[in-house]
Design a protein around this ligand. Structure first.
Ligand code: XBP
Ligand code: MG
Length: 319
């Protein structure tokens, strides 16, 4: 039984990278009288590095006009990141970072159905707090289904290693006191999918602006915004499509089409009525297309760390 939805933030709850973080990074450069400005395309490439401070450090390491000493680059990245987050919070307060379409509706449906909500993100806690305050902590937000409440909020500071490491998901599961198959992750990026899968949490991908065309494997479903719900009759998807217009279940390309319809969490009238098809989940492969090893999730919650390329728990050697 689905008992909780675990939400990624950037790209999933909000389309925040281009209109929020990127703008804020550039304003932080300006505030420190630095000549650097990141273009949308350059930021897209940098997004492969999770964590804003880590992203800055990676960029500084490539620049001839950045401090030569690593310790100085680290101090500069810390200060820039602090300023960037303050500017981002202002942008959020000013309404520049709206919820993605369909997000509020699904959150409300989950609340009504008794499905818990959690956040598992790489972003800093101040950024999450700014978003939660702006979108859910206003009298306006308490309409209809009532106030949205998250039972667990795990952020970048709460983990030793950020996504694609699964730690953030493991912590969210621990806080919720649920097993991975009781939950469904909502993500937008390959790194986020890898993090969820590393914790053996089934994951649904809602395409975001920056990851609209990335290959995503191992998601139970991929689709556009959460406002586009698959019709019940359309839950019979034959292949692993990675299009951006319609929802599709994702399976290994090697898998033969099934004749029986595949259920889909968003095709249920209420998320709670969705029963997870563990047989389908077990088929999902996160194996990259050119790799032969298959990755079959177990129901254990104690596996070791995984990477996007499907690292499985190590077994002790046989004697
Ligand atoms: C997104 C990230 C973050 C944000 C910026 O993670 O990788 O680094 O881009 O936020 P997710 P910070 O999709 O998991 O929310 O500057 O606070 O890191
Ligand atoms: Mg994301």
């Amino acid at each position: 039984m689905l008992q909780a939805l675990i939400w990624d933030v950037d790209g999933t709850l909000v389309e925040s990278e281009r209109d929020g973080h990127l703008v804020a990074f550039n304003r932080a450069f300006e505030a420190l009288a630095l000549p650097w400005r990141w273009s949308e395309a350059h930021y897209g490439a940098l997004l492969r590095i999770t964590g804003g401070r880590e992203r800055l450090l990676a960029d500084l390491a490539q620049r001839d006009d950045a401090p030569a000493l690593a310790s100085e680059r680290e101090a500069l990245a810390r200060e820039l990141h602090r300023r960037k987050n303050a500017i981002y919070a202002e942008l959020v307060r000013d309404g520049a970072v709206p919820l993605r379409a369909g997000v509020r509706e699904l959150l409300e449906e989950a609340m009504v159905a008794g499905v818990k909500l959690a956040i598992a993100t790489t972003t800093s806690r101040v950024n999450v707090e700014a978003l939660l305050k702006r979108h859910f902590d206003t009298p306006d937000a308490a309409r209809g289904a009532g106030r949205i409440r998250f039972d667990a909020v795990v952020c970048g500071e709460d983990v030793a290693t950020k996504k694609p490491d699964p730690e953030v998901y493991r912590r969210a599961l621990a806080a919720l006191r649920l097993g991975p198959l009781d939950t469904l992750a909502l993500e937008d990026s390959p790194g986020g999918v890898a993090a969820a899968r590393g914790a053996e949490v089934p994951v649904l991908v809602t395409r975001s602006a920056y990851f609209a065309h990335d290959t995503v494997e191992g998601a139970v479903a991929i689709g556009p915004g959460l406002d586009v719900r698959p019709a019940k009759a359309a839950s019979r998807w034959p292949t692993c499509a990675t299009g951006t217009r319609a929802w599709s279940t994702c399976r290994s390309s090697a898998e033969r089409p099934r004749s029986t319809p595949l259920p889909h969490p968003l095709s249920s009238p209420s998320p709670r009525s969705f029963r997870w098809p563990s047989s389908h989940y077990a088929r999902c492969s996160i194996t990259p297309p050119n790799t032969a090893t298959a990755c079959r999730p177990s129901t254990s919650t104690t596996s070791s760390r995984s990477t996007p390329s499907c690292r499985r728990p190590r077994r002790p050697p046989r004697r």
